[in-house]
Ligand binder design. Structure first.
Ligand code: ATP
Length: 444
């Protein structure tokens, strides 16, 4: 797919205008590679995370959740290979001093910003280094974790000892990770502080391929069924050996047609017994598994499905962005799947200066909110303006309380208008059935 810079600009601007995503530290001119999520962005992010947690943890019996500390003993990162090997090749322009990731440049000699000559590539470690405590020496060094995976590996034994799971089983985690990207860019696509959702799924070596294929299917199912992303924009791509991470023997990235082109959305790696083996050796703690039936002890191999929350959010936003013509005006709407939408329904009184309409509408709003928390109240401007506002944040249903609700047309008493975001069609729904009506629509 070609890049669509115009679309990216529209999304960035909508995100700021409507409170999805703001630039980090904006009042100080920003901080490159950081973004802050506003109320609607948080809601969207939590929906994505909850759908993920439901599919990969709650709906299963074999996956355990953890939430490990971001700061870890520096030995973890030496053993995992990140201190020595988590590098990107960096080049600097000799004229303007701008820095680039060499593997992202088409012309490796010439600066894409000023045309100056680029220097030689050198390896740049992407971990943020910090000091723990008041003493500043080598023993106090720590790092902000560059992946959530190691927090899982160091808890492997805890899960074995407390839950006694049988192989195969997995451990899942959602959390922050930090990478000192040489050139953060493309809005929330490449950032320095990110959020990952990862599973380490422990298997017998002989069965790795079966589980790998299964999780590739699960990843696609999550994108298509849970997030409602367009199938034709999703592309699994084999990662050639020279591009794989140092721990991986086989990787498939799932790429997506973003407005910036086809790029990596998430990954799947066969990490072998690399990590458990390395931590056993470095820590002196036995991280093997004893199979009671086969009476054998071995270090399990691992399949890792890994997801970046920000990239998923950008995929959902860009896939949902739509424009059409209504009453001679361009309408912008986000056609989110209702289960993903940050606001499920908005409730309005037809007029805000009619106390009897407002009182009825407040009651409808409060009753609905008890069953479905993501409901919004809106009484600003006229109904047409409210529809535009709700369309722009992707609210699937707008519910209006009018004089017919109060009984002006007797057979319409205690019914409300429900307007569909995508078609603009309106339906009259009985108030007593409103909650189950909306819930049914959200469930799809
Ligand atoms: P890339 O090649 O784009 O730098 P990667 O191959 O280094 O990514 P992984 O190490 O596989 O990425 O990380 C797993 C997932 O975490 C990625 O698929 C992506 O969704 C997310 N991710 C990684 N780095 C970033 C980043 N700098 N900003 C946003 N998301 C990221």
């Amino acid at each position: 797919m070609a890049t669509n810079e115009g679309l990216m600009e529209k999304i960035v601007s909508l995100c700021k205008r409507r409170g999805f995503v703001y630039q980090g530290s904006e009042i100080y001119g920003g901080l490159a590679g950081t973004w802050d999520y506003g109320p609607l962005g948080v809601a969207l992010k939590k929906n994505i995370e909850n759908l993920w947690w439901k599919r990969f943890v709650l709906d299963r019996e074999d996956v355990y959740g953890v939430d490990a500390a971001i700061l870890m003993n520096q030995e973890v990162w030496k053993a995992s290979g990140h201190v020595g090997g988590f590098n990107d090749p960096m080049v600097e322009c000799q004229k303007c001093k701008h820095r680039f990731r060499e593997d992202h440049l088409e012309d490796k000699e010439k600066c894409p910003d000023c045309g100056g000559k680029l220097g030689a590539a050198r390896q740049f470690n992407m971990m943020f280094k910090t000091q723990i405590g008041a003493m500043e020496d080598e023993t106090s060094v720590s790092y902000l974790r560059p992946e959530t995976a190691q927090g899982i590996f160091v808890n492997f034994k805890n899960i074995l000892d407390t839950f006694h799971p049988k192989l195969p089983f997995g451990i899942a985690q959602i959390g922050k990770a930090f990478r000192n990207e040489i050139a953060p860019r493309d809005f929330i696509f490449r950032v320095r502080e990110l959020e990952q959702m990862e599973i380490e799924y422990f298997v017998r070596e002989s069965e790795w391929k079966k589980h790998f294929d299964y999780f590739l299917d699960q990843q696609t199912a999550f994108l298509e069924q849970d997030l409602g992303l367009t199938k034709s924009k999703i592309h699994p791509v084999d990662v050639p050996a020279e591009d794989r991470a140092h721990y991986s023997k086989h990787s498939i990235d799932t790429e997506f047609d973003f407005p910036i082109g086809q790029k990596e959305l998430l990954g799947l790696a066969y990490r072998t017994d690399y990590d458990l083996g390395a931590h056993t050796k470095a820590s002196g703690t036995d991280l093997s598994y004893y199979d009671e039936e086969a009476k054998e002890r071995f270090v399990p191999h691992v399949i890792e499905p890994t997801f970046g929350v920000g990239r998923l959010l950008l995929a959902v936003l860009s896939d949902a962005y739509a424009e059409d013509e209504q009453n001679g005006e361009t309408r912008v709407f986000l056609k989110f799947k209702p289960s993903v939408a940050p606001v499920k329904a908005a409730v309005f009184p037809l007029l805000k200066n009619k106390p009897e309409l407002v009182a009825y509408a407040r009651e409808v709003y409060q009753n609905l909110k008890r069953d479905i928390p993501q409901i919004m109240w809106d009484d600003n401007g006229n109904v047409g303006k409210r529809y535009r506002r709700q369309d722009e944040i992707g609210t699937p249903f707008c519910i209006t309380i009018d004089f017919d609700t109060l009984g002006e047309t007797p057979e319409m008493k205690d019914t409300v208008t429900v307007r569909d975001r995508d078609t603009g069609e309106q339906e009259r729904v009985v108030v007593a059935e409103l909650s189950s009506y909306v819930q049914r629509k959200i469930a799809g």
